[in-house]
Design a protein around this ligand. Structure first.
Ligand code: MN
Ligand code: MN
Length: 268
């Protein structure tokens, strides 16, 4: 098994625990995100252990890579496994920061379900091109097109903060308006703990072309880094989803790996 670079720590000693969720069962357009966890790990070896922008060396941190969850065809079983796995990470000793590599965006609600048990005042920030506010997609209420809707149902509309949105159906906008969900709110007003989910298609396809559903007019990678920095000490967990290796010359997976490394460095 390939491990994320510099994840030399045991589970017990670790402050950061990485896991892969190679599930793409509800992906609607381009397939291949299930290959991302290992591809992102592979690309993570390109980088210096020292994060110049933060003055932090990942060699000095305790990082563990659990490998990939054993995914089957049944999405509900997979999500139960994922939720239990995250629960084990965060409850082990109260100091572990979970980092999920997707896989598709349907993984975020089960993770948040586990984390909100520990942080009742949890907010979720979702960096994404898409509003993901369908009630169901192709008959599936757990589709990756329903992620933000599921999170609003779970946490309430005032605790979910999408960033980077530039694609939604008319029906999704109407649903948001009906329940008074403002998806353009400023994240500076968040005080409590934050779970951060990065859908790689938030980043402009010029920088991150290898995603399942690319959407032009996106964020620059450094803008994502600034968002992460503005939240840094509040973040209690992170996932990076929707990278699609079959479409990748390596650069999108490399970017995902580097962002994950930055998130680790900001949460020391
Ligand atoms: Mn998404
Ligand atoms: Mn998206």
């Amino acid at each position: 098994m390939i491990k994320f670079a510099d994840s030399e720590s045991s589970f017990d000693d670790a402050n950061f625990v990485i896991y892969g969720y190679p599930f793409e069962g509800t992906a609607c357009f381009r397939k291949g995100t299930a290959l991302a966890p290992d591809k992102v790990r592979e690309e993570s070896y390109n980088f210096e252990t020292y994060l110049l922008e933060l003055g932090i060396d990942l060699c000095d941190l305790s990082i563990h890579d659990q490998g990939n969850l054993l995914i089957k065809d049944n999405q509900i079983e997979n999500e139960t496994l994922l939720e239990d796995s995250v629960r084990k990470i965060i409850n082990k000793d109260g100091k572990k920061f979970p980092i999920g590599i997707g896989g598709e965006h349907s993984m975020t609600p089960p993770i948040v379900r586990a984390i909100k048990e520990k942080h009742s005042d949890l907010s979720v920030v979702i960096i994404d091109a898409h509003l993901d506010f369908r009630k169901e997609y192709e008959g599936n209420s757990r589709s990756h097109a329903t992620t933000t809707y599921q999170l609003v149902e779970m946490l309430g509309k005032d605790n979910v903060y999408p960033i980077g949105i530039r694609s939604a159906s008319k029906e999704e906008i109407q649903r948001a308006e009906q329940i008074g969900f403002d998806f353009g709110r400023d994240i500076d007003s968040i005080n409590g703990p934050v779970y951060l989910s990065l859908d790689m298609d938030a980043i402009d396809p010029a920088y991150a072309p290898a995603v399942g559903t690319p959407e032009p007019f996106g964020l620059k990678p450094l803008e994502v880094i600034k968002i992460i920095d503005s939240l840094s000490s509040k973040i209690v967990g992170f996932d990076c989803v929707e990278t699609c290796p079959p479409l990748d010359n390596g650069n999108t997976s490399s970017l995902a790996a580097r962002i994950i490394r930055h998130v680790i460095g900001t949460n020391v």
